[in-house]
Design a protein around this ligand. Structure first.
Ligand code: HEC
Length: 238
């Protein structure tokens, strides 16, 4: 009899210990469990824009009217060295692994004759029919992200200044007929009063917010930043 009781006590103690261990493990898991990121590589990035049409950009796009006339074409040619294994930019415009890029700035997206574009690029063309400066800027920053399903196997050029120089170089190669827009005060870092610090690459909502400037009052747009005006006078440089 007492032997049975003893046995029961031991069993109970064992079960209790097992229960404690289980509870403890659940508790620890709850404390330390972290969701793995869906795309580990993007962990650092801020909220992603929907890549499709390019309407929702996370970065404040460059003010092309200011940066293109002063861009460093030689630097752009150097950056293009990363493209030459797949593209040429000669007037002959032959396709290689990638389509010929002569005149690509302002050209129809997926529009070069004789090249078999991916379905992803064709779908992108339906939303963004032209290789505008902004489109190139985003595509070349992260091709696979901007054009889902593209077969351009290239990681992208992260540095904005390198992309700008590259686009200026491409513009000089058969695209000079595609106009450079006038400087746009709303795209200049100092021009947006609510730009939250001096980081021009971050404030996503600004793009929409600055789209309706009252023309008269913003004529003196860049005046809060004396330094911006130096680069805002490209006419003298030409
Ligand atoms: C590994 C090969 C490869 C490299 C490197 C590469 N590209 Fe491409 N590129 C392609 C392919 C392939 C396509 C077609 C993409 C598709 O159809 O999805 C393409 C498409 C493009 C397009 C779209 C052209 C059009 O007619 O719509 C542009 C612009 C472009 N590349 C620019 C560049 C630039 C600039 C670089 C260098 C910074 C570069 N590519 C590097 C292979 C490459």
């Amino acid at each position: 009899m007492s032997g049975n009781l003893q046995f029961n006590k031991i069993m109970a103690a064992g079960l209790t210990a097992a229960l404690v261990i289980v509870v403890a493990r659940v508790g620890v898991d709850a404390l330390y469990h972290t969701e793995p990121p869906a795309k580990p590589g993007y962990a650092v990035e801020v909220a992603e824009a929907e890549a499709g049409g390019g309407a929702a950009a996370v970065e404040l796009d460059p003010d092309w009217g200011t940066v293109l006339p002063t861009a460093d074409l030689a630097a752009g040619e150097k950056v293009f060295g990363k493209c030459v294994s797949c593209h040429n930019v000669d007037p002959a415009n032959a396709n290689m692994t990638g389509p010929g890029l002569w005149g690509v700035v302002g050209r129809a997206t997926a529009g070069h004759a004789g090249f078999a574009y991916s379905d992803g690029m064709k779908a992108h063309a339906a939303e963004a029919p032209t290789w505008t400066y902004d489109q190139l800027y985003h595509f070349l920053g992260n091709p696979a992200k901007w054009v889902k399903g593209t077969k351009m196997g290239f990681a992208g050029i992260k540095k904005p200044e390198e992309r700008i120089a590259l686009i200026a170089y491409l513009h000089s190669k058969g695209s000079t007929g595609y106009p450079i827009p006038a400087p746009d005060p709303s795209r200049q870092p100092g021009a947006a009063p609510a730009a939250a610090g001096a980081a021009p690459a971050q404030p996503a909502p600004k793009e929409g917010a600055v789209a309706t400037p009252p023309t008269g009052s913003t004529a003196g747009g860049p005046l809060p930043t004396g330094s911006a005006s130096a680069s805002a006078a490209p006419a003298a440089a030409q």
